[in-house]
Design a protein around this ligand. Structure first.
Ligand SMILES: NC(=O)C1=CN([C@@H]2O[C@H](COP(=O)(O)OP(=O)(O)OC[C@H]3O[C@@H](n4cnc5c(N)ncnc54)[C@H](OP(=O)(O)O)[C@@H]3O)[C@@H](O)[C@H]2O)C=CC1
Ligand SMILES: CC(C)=CCC[C@@H](C)[C@H]1CC[C@H]2C3=C(CC[C@]12C)[C@@]1(C)CCC(=O)[C@@H](C)[C@@H]1CC3
Length: 317
């Protein structure tokens, strides 16, 4: 017989202690307060604060914490080991943790874009406006790629036995972005060591990976989706511009979203955009992604090669 704890859906959210991750956890609990929610965070103090906040709004909620730095392979492997000891199932895996380090705005591009036909598109995607300074991690990987893509990929690979179970389906949901652009990504430099748009490249990589995961795992009951949460005021966006600046440009942003509103089964080649506006409309719109399945497969094979290399390296150390 299964105990009621074994029957509870297990939901894991990375980057759950702030911003979109924390808001998502709150929302998940308001939709179903019978889930077992696991907040996967790199800083346990911030994780405790998030759990306390969630328990304030949902006092009976079943919330656990897991320490994981998705930018470190050692930490990811340890976290996966811990999860395998704790749980027998995993129903939803939200791969949400993400960084955009040292963002810079190209003000000239902004002024030019403002008076061009691409103004709306520029405000919705940030195309051409943002650059970042990336660093190399202790594993020798580009930090943005390691955090936003590869650490999550290894976590998923480690949790494969839980996610691929014959009796039930599991869903992996990636926090992608409208800033994911084909032109920022290159298969020959998928870690984006050369350019200055590591964020955009990592989000495009996420989109490719999700498509490849569906091709490889759907038969085993694992489904992957990418979502675009829209432009949300979080630590990430406050790292680009200070809060007062956002308040100043908010009216322009609202006009953009108003202009883009148009109401409409999960499509593996679509990204799900949040189109919630400040004026009340609340819906999600599937948008076809700008990618092809061959590129997705080629990128997936490169990740498998990199995985093999790092697993050998971990064994040697
Ligand atoms: N805000 C926006 O407008 C948009 C955001 N997104 C995406 O949404 C996701 C969440 O971002 P958002 O909520 O805005 O930003 P926040 O900075 O508020 O949240 C990011 C979360 O990720 C965690 N995190 C970062 N690096 C690591 C790491 N190495 N290991 C574990 N956790 C880590 C942070 O933890 P800590 O507190 O310890 O730093 C934090 O909990 C990101 O993937 C982002 O790219 C997509 C589109 C738009
Ligand atoms: C300098 C002035 C007056 C305005 C600059 C506005 C931009 C900084 C801003 C416009 C669109 C924004 C945007 C993002 C960042 C900031 C902008 C470029 C994102 C790239 C942030 C992260 C994401 O994932 C995207 C969904 C955002 C898209 C829009």
């Amino acid at each position: 017989m299964m105990s009621s704890d074994n029957m509870k859906k297990v939901v894991l959210v990375t980057g759950a202690n702030s911003g979109i991750g924390l808001a998502l956890c709150k929302r998940l609990l308001s939709v179903d307060d019978q889930i077992h929610l696991c907040l996967a965070c790199r800083n346990m103090q911030r994780a405790e604060t998030a759990r306390a906040a969630l328990l304030c709004s949902h006092p009976g909620a079943d919330i656990a914490l897991l320490k994981v730095d998705v930018g470190s392979l050692k930490s990811v492997l340890e976290a996966a080991k811990e999860l395998k000891q704790r749980y027998r199932r995993l129903d939803y895996l939200y791969l949400n943790a993400g960084i955009m380090p040292n963002p810079r705005i190209d003000f000239n591009a902004f002024i030019n874009g403002l008076f061009s036909r691409k103004a709306i598109h520029m405000f919705a995607t940030g195309e051409g406006l943002l650059t970042q300074e990336d660093q190399v991690t202790e594993d020798g990987l580009q930090n943005v790629f390691a955090t936003n893509v590869f650490g999550h990929f290894i976590l998923l690979r480690e949790l494969e036995p839980f996610l691929c179970q014959s009796e039930k389906e599991s869903l992996v949901i990636w926090s992608s972005s409208s800033n994911a652009r084909r032109s920022a990504f290159s298969l020959t430099d998928y870690q984006h060591t050369q350019g200055k748009e590591s964020y955009s490249s990592s989000k495009y990589a996420t989109d490719l990976l999700s498509v490849a995961l569906n091709n490889h795992y759907n038969k085993q009951g694992l489904y992957s989706s990418v979502v675009c949460p829209g432009l949300v005021m979080t630590h990430l966006t406050y790292g680009i511009l200070p809060p007062f600046f956002w308040t100043l440009i908010l009216p322009i942003m609202l006009l953009v979203w108003l202009f883009k509103q148009k109401p409409e089964s999960l499509d593996p080649l679509a990204k799900y955009y949040s189109c919630t506006s400040g004026l009340g409309s609340n819906y999600v719109k599937p948008v076809k992604m700008d990618l092809d399945e061959e590129a997705a497969e080629a990128f997936y094979q490169k990740l498998l090669d990199l995985e093999t290399k790092y697993r050998c390296w971990q064994n040697v150390k």
